[in-house]
Write a protein that binds this ligand. Structure first.
Ligand code: 3PG
Length: 210
């Protein structure tokens, strides 16, 4: 599956900050065990590139790079084996470099102007970020009116308690968030908890849409 198909299937995307690349392998296995075989590994830590490279070796896992804000990071993500790129905002140069590498990009948008910039770059699935402080589900509904062709992956402030609000919006393909991979669980090496949280998130999303 490519990134678009995978996020449509699970409807949730774990956003991960790894401090220690040694956790990347077991984390990937934990997510696969929880039937959430996708990971957005953010470029917020030194361990990001090595973690992506490790996770990319797991054939059951689709690993992407998150918090990508410049073309050098796009190159590093591609080199490490990332299969998709997520950015907190829209950058035409990041979009062009992703296209050069054949990598799907989910750029962050919170306004109509940013959506138009993404459409100009040929992108129709965007991250809506930061979702909770940018108007939440009602804002996505409002933006969908002029942009019926656009699909949204809201991220930022989403948890099991408000997932239903977002998945109730037809234009929402999936929701991103860090709640499935808490940093405390990672630090403690509690991968069973991560499997449990991943499985619960997938089950909750499926129940909300069915
Ligand atoms: C992101 O980078 O997309 C967010 O930081 C994740 O937001 P959350 O921690 O509120 O889920």
């Amino acid at each position: 599956m490519d990134a678009h198909e995978q996020i449509r299937t699970t409807q949730v995307v774990p956003v991960i900050a790894l401090d220690d690349a040694a956790h990347a392998g077991p984390l990937g296995e934990a997510l696969v065990a929880g039937r959430l075989p996708i990971a957005e590994v953010t470029f917020r830590t030194e361990a990001a590139v090595e973690s992506i490279a490790t996770m990319a070796r797991n054939p059951e896992l689709l690993v992407g790079a998150g918090t990508v804000v410049n073309v050098d990071q796009v190159d590093q993500a591609a080199e490490a084996g990332a299969r998709f790129v997520v950015s907190p905002g829209f950058s035409a140069s990041v979009a062009a470099r992703c296209a050069d590498h054949g990598l799907p990009l989910f750029p962050g948008v919170a306004t109509a102007t940013e959506i138009i910039a993404a459409l100009d770059a040929g992108i129709t699935t965007v991250k809506f970020f930061p979702a909770s402080t940018s108007g939440g589900a009602p804002a996505i509904k409002a933006l969908s009116a002029p942009f019926p062709q656009v699909r949204f992956v809201p991220t930022g402030g989403i948890s099991p308690s408000n997932l239903a609000d977002y998945l109730a919006v037809d234009a929402v393909t999936a929701c991103g968030g860090s709640w499935m991979v808490p940093s405390a669980a990672l630090r403690a090496g509690d991968f069973d908890q991560i499997t449990k949280l991943a499985a619960e998130a997938v089950a909750l999303a499926a129940s909300l849409r069915n």
